[in-house]
Design a protein around this ligand. Structure first.
Ligand code: BYC
Length: 333
């Protein structure tokens, strides 16, 4: 379960470079991306480049639409009309991000039906972070601050991804993620600065539960990341998993200090020599358990997605019937 059906190892790719002509094309392609040129959908690309992008972009799209679920649970329980309107706008943005990303992946020759089938059958991955529960209202603020904060850190470099349709989609997504991060941080500031001691305790509790899963969002250490080297060489990823995680910690700890919360890491301390924070070891067993389908909410998230898909069948049928009617009318005119 949860293996990525579309992934292809480097050895498979080597076997696919069969002819001298193809080797030449590959060298020209690598020179192009090495010089920082962008690749468009109709350009020649190595099969492994295409498959890596389909894997990453579809996982990213799935993360956006599954990411709507933990927050969706709180729409009816938002404390004020203002918070409810903000939360609904954020969740709708995430649905929109999923749509841009599915469209970007479709330019690589896969179909939305194939991608959704992989998600719903449990074959496809989505971000580990969305398999944790949202237990109290402060979790919604902390998701904005930490989860969207981590997402921006990871996604801003993707605006310069060598595959142009993905890079273009990421520009708008990052602008919206920035609003998501700010609204989360602002709602936590209100709870910490104007809230009761009980509300402040809710914020600290939420930070304690989301801190480590947020650091896991950046993926395994570089040395344990099978896809990084090739993806960096092809300009799909611009900054490594570990470097992004470090940037996130460095940017976030001063924000935690302003907020008046601590992170649950006794080993966290500023390293004046490195000019970075040192931080403790991530529980990779937990990470791989969650990625493998056995996190606190994996089953619930997948079941909710499948139910939403099944219950939306009539909408898809109605849209198709409408499109068919329009096409018949246009033909007759
Ligand atoms: N969770 O070789 P690696 C959002 C997998 S949306 C699950 O380093 P790569 C938001 C990885 O896929 C957040 N799986 O892989 C939405 C690979 O497995 P496969 C999502 C993970 O691709 C709504 C294996 O582990 N953001 O922020 O070079 C509301 C080895 O990893 C995870 C994106 O998708 C994980 N955390 O690097 C709020 C951004 N980490 O496929 C917020 C785009 C790793 O070989 N994606 N794996 O079977 C990326 O930047 C990269 O794909 C990653 C991983 C950095 C995530």
């Amino acid at each position: 379960m949860y293996t990525q059906a579309m992934s292809v190892g480097p050895q498979d790719q080597a076997a696919k470079v069969q002819s001298a002509e193809e080797a030449q094309k590959l060298a020209a392609f690598e020179a192009r991306v090495g010089e920082g040129e962008f690749v468009e959908a109709k350009d020649w690309m190595p099969e492994h480049y295409r498959k890596t992008l389909v894997r990453q972009i579809s996982q990213h799209a799935h993360s956006e639409i599954v990411g709507m679920l933990p927050e969706g649970n709180w729409v009816t329980r938002a404390p004020t009309l203002k918070r409810k309107a903000i939360l609904m706008a954020k969740i709708q943005d995430e649905g929109g991000h999923g749509l841009y990303l599915y469209s970007a992946a479709e330019t690589l020759g896969t179909s939305r039906d194939q991608m959704l089938e992989a998600l719903h059958s449990g074959k496809a991955k989505y971000s580990s972070i969305f398999n944790y529960p949202t237990l109290n209202w402060a979790d919604i603020g902390v998701i904005g601050w930490l989860v969207d904060g981590a997402a921006i850190m990871n996604q801003v470099p993707l605006c310069r991804c060598s595959y142009a349709p993905y890079a273009r989609a990421m520009i708008r997504i990052c602008r919206e993620e920035s609003f998501h991060q700010r609204q989360g941080y602002e709602s936590l500031l209100v709870m910490m600065q104007k809230g009761t001691p009980e509300q402040q305790a809710l914020v600290q509790d939420a930070v304690n539960r989301w801190w480590w899963p947020s650091l896991m969002m950046f993926g395994p250490h570089d040395k344990d990341s099978p896809n990084s080297e090739q993806s960096m060489r092809w300009g799909i990823k611009r900054i490594s998993n570990d470097d992004l995680r470090q940037k996130f910690v460095d940017a976030t700890i001063p924000q935690a200090e302003v907020l008046g919360v601590t992170v649950p890491d006794p080993d966290l301390k500023w390293n004046a020599e490195r000019e970075h924070y040192d931080f403790g070891a991530i529980d990779w067993d937990e990470f791989w358990r969650v990625v493998g389908g056995d996190g606190p909410c994996n089953r619930e998230r997948l079941a909710t997605r499948v139910k939403a898909w099944d219950e939306g069948a009539w909408v898809r049928e109605a849209a198709l019937a409408h499109a068919k009617k329009q096409a018949t009318k246009a033909q007759a005119a």
